[in-house]
Design a protein around this ligand. Sequence first.
Ligand code: ZN
Length: 343
Amino acid sequence: MNAVLMHEHGGPEVLKYEEIQDPMAAPGEALVRVRACALNHLDIWTRKGEAGRHIALPHILGNDIAGEVVSLRTPVEGIAPGERVMVSPGTSCGRCAQCLSGEDSSCRNYRILGYQIWGGYAELVRVPVPNLIPLPGHVPFEEAAAFPLVFLTAWRMLVTRARVRVGEDVLVWAAGSGVGTAAIQIAKLHGARVIATAGSPAKLEQARKLGADAVIDHHAQDVVAEVKRLTSRKGADVVVEHVGQATWERSILSLAHRGRLVTCGATTGAAGATELRYLFAKQLSLLGSYMGSKGDLLEATRYYFAHRLKPVVHTVLPLPEARRAHEMMERSEHFGKIVLQVA
Ligand SMILES: [Zn+2]
């Protein structure tokens, strides 16, 4: 098969399109022909090997996969070769207490496709059968590939962890990011009022189109003051934080009394200062969130297939142009997902 491999950590230039031997499915796995694979920031960190993300090389990136089942190592009821599928990105042992209580992202053996194991920048990929999610005929591969990781992450953050409720004010940082586009829609789906930030007038306009009730330019405006103004000085009930060091302090200051800050990432750095007086006096909750369970993803997927949630695809590039796709993502000019199309 053809695949984009990385033989060393580094810049986008380490991504090489080459021919390698086809993978073989192990017992309990399916072989999937990849039709589309979306990029995530995790791809960039894995490529760079920063923050302890050194992995076995060579490696194939790609967490978010949609395609067709080629073969199953052992027959599985309800899934036949040719089935169109979306792939749940997290794998786990399936036997431990965490897995059996539906908390598979807390499994000691939790692995993410394209991070700790080979992913979807390839024509073929091995996938555990429980990770296959059959696709309805109306869902195109390029769109389905843009769904799993960011909607799983945002669903886990807002619904499972922060328990967002009708009428609450939710602040979403970086509306144009994958998690941002998903969080805006999920918060709206649950009846919240969404305040979204972005870094350009065009992105602010797109955030509004996606459902944001109010928008803030995080470069040109004082985010904390704007949140206070928009909420009649109350503050945000929930802050969706995935930016890290650059926004952490403002996230804390934007919270209402008994507000919840939920974070899934630290793109700009992991050191965030917290004024402890705010934490106790305002009775704030700081919630961590990491990926999510297969159950979280299946719940979000129901809304996707029922046309209530929709992944935002910025652009689709052919697989051999993975390097250009990475360069585009690092420039942060996109709104929504960058997707690789695999012929
Ligand atoms: Zn487990």
